[in-house]
Design a protein around this ligand. Sequence first.
Ligand code: GLU
Length: 479
Amino acid sequence: MSIVTRFAPSPTGYIHIGNVRSAIYPYLLAKQSDGKMILRIEDTDRARYVEGATELIENTLEWLGLNWDEGPIVGGPHAPYFQSERKDIYHQYARKLIAAGRAYADPTPAEKIDEYRKQCNEAKVPFLYRNFRPEHTVEWQPGIPLRFKSEPKEYDWHDEVMGDMHAGPETEDDIILIKKDGYPTYNFAHIVDDAEMGVTHVMRGVEYLSSTPNYLALYDALNLARPKLVSLPHILAPQGNKKLGKRDGAKSVTEYRDDGVLAEAMLNYLACLGWNDGTEQEIYTKDELIKAFSLDRIQTSGARYDETKLLWLNGQWIRRIFDEQGAEALYARTTGFWPEAAANHDDAYKLQVLSIIYDRLKTLSDLRTMTNYFFIDPEIDLEMLTSNKFLKNLSEAEIEELLKTSITTLSALDTWDADHLQATLNNLLIETNKKPAELFSLIRLALSYAPFSPALDLTMSVLGRETTLARLNATARAM
Ligand code: GLU
């Protein structure tokens, strides 16, 4: 049996971390067996439809490299892949159920249904619509909802993650199949589509687990084979006490991209959120994930979202791309992440800056805050200099003297490269009889006025002779 999975998002807003993980596992499962992943847009809730949300879903999947085999843009044998364009198919299935006596048009007004619900609440009994089924049914026609006629019984089934499940008849009800606007409900549409599209593994959030008996009843009533059911545990808020939501910082995936998180890191992080292969490995390429993934190692409990871990992993990926694919490959990803002042500098120079700073970056947008002084003279901040923990015991005269000695010695250097600079800096330590922390902090600050900079020899070699000496002079003059 060839595996067919699907990612079936509703275009109701931006696509956040929690949503997108439900695309990663179906993708990995399909790819490891040469199967297929379908992208299906579940847009039948017209009230919640958000313009542009489908494009955002597509862009996010494309960015992460989760290429779907059938669906919007690429097409396929089961088109259309937008549920709003499949109304006729749902209506055909609905008529089959009517003909079999398993669905009925329900003209009961909404106020009446609210009343039933209220009665049950007051009596403290669960509200089951099947107990209020209208006595006289009408012919199904536009404007009247169509309901399933449940025949409650016990159900046993196996969930590939949650294990063997059992539910009693109290979990089944006369659920709405087609709403009064003629669109199907999720409950009905996904059953029809998964069957029509040959989906073998229905992988989705665990929130659908409690409705499963209703789905099983529908498979039976429609004579459809049950697909394998795979409930994915929730991604929890950092505190671990509830499902991750927008208020807990569940940013959209594209926001992370725009903040300089790499697709490789995002995919790696999310795949390992709620799944592991039993080893200590933390960094996985997409191909490694495809090989290592297995349903039986998806955890049953929720996984806590940890942005610090994501950013750590991103730092690892930035290094990995530099080390394995080269400086240019990483540089190609940095467009749009440089500080404004970098606009007047050429690629070769920015590449040099990147090459000495890449291993300190957590996100690419750190370039914006960490590299400004490579492109523009920093503002002199004597307070920062004199309050530095290594410099605060030196008098201003001593600082000025140290800077002047450094300028003289550095000016005499013939070859301005990192090796010669390092040797000269070492000589300067002997000449001035200072500790590295003192002398090097002073030079580093006078060059950058930044809380951090890469190794001094590298920083000076990239800044060049002229800029380095000019900045040391400027601070010496300001003392
Ligand atoms: N459209 C549903 C949602 O976005 C999909 C659930 C499913 O994958 O079946 O939650």
